[in-house]
Design a protein around this ligand. Structure first.
Ligand code: ADP
Length: 192
């Protein structure tokens, strides 16, 4: 299986590039943000629990996220691979992901990290706010919280994959197709 962690700060373009990656490599998309928004839309207990954290730009507690991802993996064991988008967002989640994959004799093939400067992230999120309908895209304070949470809790996840020699950095500024070409250059040589 080809299992990719697509990594980067809020607004880095993970959702956009995921679509291209899924199409080219036939992977199953596990976006924890999308899964939470689906629960929210359907008014499930999980959605209600997640909403307060999401609206403030804070992380949903690890055990909630990890359980949701584990369910998704269990449901899709006969696929060519997974792309994890917005997960893992803490070192604890990264460790849990390795353990749940190992139960099925699977592992992460590599991390692809999109690097985008903070002023560009803010500009992209503000642009997206016009159409996304996302509460957490709407004001500067929430965007600031999300970027700070990323720096404090999520950025260390890169070190976790560097220690396993699975970290690959991509310049996330440029046209969608230029960035995708760079991603494909990395993914094409990952060990399956
Ligand atoms: P973005 O990358 O633009 O911040 P996401 O759609 O990935 O957006 O996530 C939106 C929100 O969902 C996060 O701010 C957080 O509240 C929650 N969330 C998503 N993934 C996780 C995760 N792995 N751990 C904890 N919370 C998460």
């Amino acid at each position: 299986m080809l299992n990719i962690v697509l990594f980067g700060p809020p607004g880095a373009g993970k959702g956009t590039q995921s679509e291209n990656i899924i199409e080219k490599y036939q992977l199953v998309h596990i976006s924890t943000g999308d899964l939470f928004r689906k629960h929210l839309g359907e008014g499930t207990e999980l959605g209600k629990l997640a909403q307060g954290f999401m609206d403030q730009g804070k992380l949903v507690p690890d055990e909630v996220v990890i359980g949701m991802v584990e369910d998704k993996i269990q449901e899709n064991l006969d696929v060519p691979g997974f792309i994890f988008d917005g997960f893992p967002r803490t070192v604890n989640q990264a460790d849990a992901l390795d353990k749940m994959l190992a139960k099925h004799d699977l592992s992460i093939s590599g991390m692809v990290a999109l690097e985008v400067p903070e002023d560009e992230l803010r500009a992209r999120i503000k642009e997206r706010a016009k159409t996304s309908g996302r509460v957490d895209d709407q004001d500067d304070d929430k965007i600031t919280t999300r970027i700070k949470v990323y720096q404090d809790e999520t950025a260390p996840v890169a070190g976790y994959y560097k220690a396993q020699s699975k970290f690959n950095s991509i310049n996330g500024v440029g046209s969608i197709s230029e960035i995708f070409d760079q991603i494909a250059g990395v993914v094409d040589v990952l060990p399956v």
